[in-house]
Design a binder for this molecule. Structure first.
Ligand code: ARG
Length: 590
């Protein structure tokens, strides 16, 4: 279906053209004075110059024609030359009925030329617990993926595990201290390594911090860890076997954590998967004359004349020949191009890595790892702060682990639900608390423009009132409960016609619904899930306003009542579609 704004614009253009004015003046926008009108056109003001006529005359002339149109209930010229428009109630109802027929998409047509888009998000580091720094990447990336798919693109999510750094060597070293007799440390061993990992996830989670702490105090220990990392990276068999154990155990745990956040990835590739591509890539950079030795290291210059800040060269190999985070990201681009040839790769990463990605992208372009038509996009996000304005910490000042944060919010939500006493069964109350808590976390995050820092305010985010996830869910649940009651009266909620609005609040709700397409389109074009949040907040407000001012189930006219129900059902379906695009869902009751 065409967007309602486009349909309106087309009518206004035809009228402008019919009156002898260029249709470029017929630009229509949403009204910025909703008290006066719904849509407006300011084109008469600009046309006045070209046609040497008073703007008001032009507005009047076009208004007279538009007033006769099937689409408008009012078209008014206002001095000095505004054109104020209101949609006809029957037209709007017709539009909504069309939306309703297109179940699940509400008239949103998939793009004709789908792109292949890869999203690099999540970015957890193996064996290190997920902390809240990883939360934003997961939440934002997941939503961008879902919106992109709904719009019609092929979107591939890749978790890009951090599995190639010093942490791996640290784990190996600590394991050697504890269990030196393990077969993995025997250099002469040539047989098959055991399938059972030599540690559990809780051991692994304890091993890493212990090793990390030791390495900060003990130089020799750190040396050993670096050596182990080096040997692992260079293919020492026993260490590689340990690497795959670490990966397996860790990934199982990560998947569980992400599942709790309603986040899933298509690819579980890591930094280690890029390693095989490094030698050829480096050789080519040298052969083509892009990479050169500077102070022992191999680098590629990436500064540009127009730079206002210094952009240092991109380091490809350290002087000892070791690869770096950069090298891995570049080699990752190599396999992504080879295996997928995406039109775009979007990186959802902390904005503090922006300069780093500028270097990587420029280097990838310069050395032709990507073709001209592949876009590389850095979607940097800000920090999640505590109420003190500093990065979010635990009460005793430590790094907050993701699991802990989630369970604290779950508990808070459970308390609230228990107080409300709307759910008497413990199990349902717990489940519901989890669902609502996730909406609080995700909406609290996504309703902010991603690049901005924001304050994680538990009390505000979990509130059932205001611009929050729980408020949106509450609205959905409210509608569900009305629909259930209606069904209990023996009625079918599905097939009634939505009738022309009978009140201001009903029309306002219908106008909000009609903007669904534009909201989603915009959110995708600007990679801005917060636009969907803003849309559903307006929609939920319009719904609640209508609900408070209207007798719905007690309406006597059966057709009118059925029309209301149909409108509510459509509102609910759209709200649920939108929260699905944001990555959470609504309970049946709360
Ligand atoms: N593992 C990294 C971190 O924790 C994030 C990875 C981001 N993605 C990338 N392609 N570099 O900071």
């Amino acid at each position: 279906m065409e967007k309602i704004l486009d349909l309106i614009a087309r009518e206004v253009e035809a009228v402008f053209a019919g009156c002898g004015y260029d249709k470029k003046y017929a630009k229509v926008t949403l009204s910025n004075r909703p008290d006066l009108c719904e849509y407006q056109c300011n084109g008469a003001l600009a046309a006045a110059k070209e046609y040497k006529k008073a703007p008001f005359l032009i507005a009047e002339e076009t208004a007279a024609k538009l007033a006769e149109n099937k689409m408008f209930s009012a078209a008014e010229a206002v001095k000095p030359g505004f054109l104020n428009l209101k949609l006809k109630e029957s037209y709007l109802a017709g539009y909504l009925n069309e939306m309703k027929k297109d179940a699940g998409r509400f008239g949103f047509e998939a793009v004709r030329q789908p792109k292949k888009i890869m999203i690099d998000y999540g970015g957890p580091n193996v064996a290190k617990p997920l902390h809240i720094g990883h939360l934003r990447s997961a939440i934002i990336g997941e939503s961008i993926k879902r919106i992109g798919r709904f719009v019609g693109h092929e979107v591939i999510g890749d978790v890009h595990l951090g599995d190639w750094g010093l942490q791996m060597g640290l784990i190996v070293t600590e394991l050697f201290h504890r269990k030196p007799d393990l077969v993995y440390f025997d250099q002469d061993f040539t047989g098959e390594y055991p399938e059972e990992p030599p540690f559990t996830i809780s051991e692994l989670e304890e091993i890493y911090p212990t090793a990390s702490a030791k390495s900060k105090e003990d130089e020799a220990y750190k040396e050993a860890a670096m050596q182990a990392t080096f040997e692992m990276q260079n293919g020492r068999r026993g260490y590689r076997a340990l690497l795959s154990h670490i990966l397996n155990v860790s990934v199982t745990d990560l998947k569980r954590n992400y599942a709790d956040l309603n986040v899933t990835f298509d690819l579980w590739k890591g930094e280690s998967d890029a390693q095989p591509y490094i030698p050829d890539m480096v050789q080519k950079m040298k052969d083509d004359g892009y990479a050169y030795i500077s102070e022992g290291a191999l680098v590629v210059d990436v500064k540009e004349e127009t730079d206002t800040k210094e952009v240092p060269p991109c380091m490809i190999l350290k002087s000892d020949g070791a690869s770096l985070y950069n090298t891995t990201d570049l080699a990752t681009i190599v396999w992504r191009m080879k295996d997928y040839h995406p039109d775009e790769i979007i990186y959802v990463v902390d904005k503090r890595q922006e300069l780093y990605f500028t270097q990587v992208f420029r280097c990838a372009r310069k050395t032709r790892l990507v073709e001209e038509d592949t876009k590389l996009t850095f979607h940097g996000f800000g920090t999640m702060n505590g109420k003190d304005g500093k990065p979010f910490k635990t009460r005793d000042g430590g790094v907050m682990r993701l699991e802990r944060l989630v369970s604290e919010i779950n508990e808070e939500m459970y308390q609230k639900i228990a107080e409300n006493q709307s759910l008497t069964e413990e199990k349902e109350a717990r489940e519901t608390a989890k669902t609502v808590a996730l909406s609080a976390i995700k909406y609290g995050d996504l309703s902010n423009q991603a690049s901005k820092d924001y304050i994680f305010d538990m009390e505000r985010f979990t509130s059932f009132e205001g611009n929050t996830g729980p408020y949106i869910l509450y609205t959905i649940v409210r509608i569900k409960s009305i629909l259930t009651k209606y069904r209990a009266m023996g009625k079918n909620t599905a097939d009634a016609e939505i009738l022309p609005a009978r009140s201001e609040s009903e029309k306002a709700l219908m106008l909000e619904i009609s903007r669904f397409q534009a909201a989603v389109e915009n959110a995708f074009a600007e990679t801005a899930p917060h636009k969907i949040c803003a849309y559903i907040y307006d929609l939920a407000n319009a719904l609640n306003h209508f609900y408070h001012g209207t007798k719905i189930l007690t309406e006597e006219d059966e057709n009118v009542r059925a029309g209301y129900i149909s409108l509510l059902a459509l509102t609910k379906d759209i709200l649920e579609k939108c929260i699905d695009l944001l990555g959470f869902s609504a309970p049946e009751r709360m």
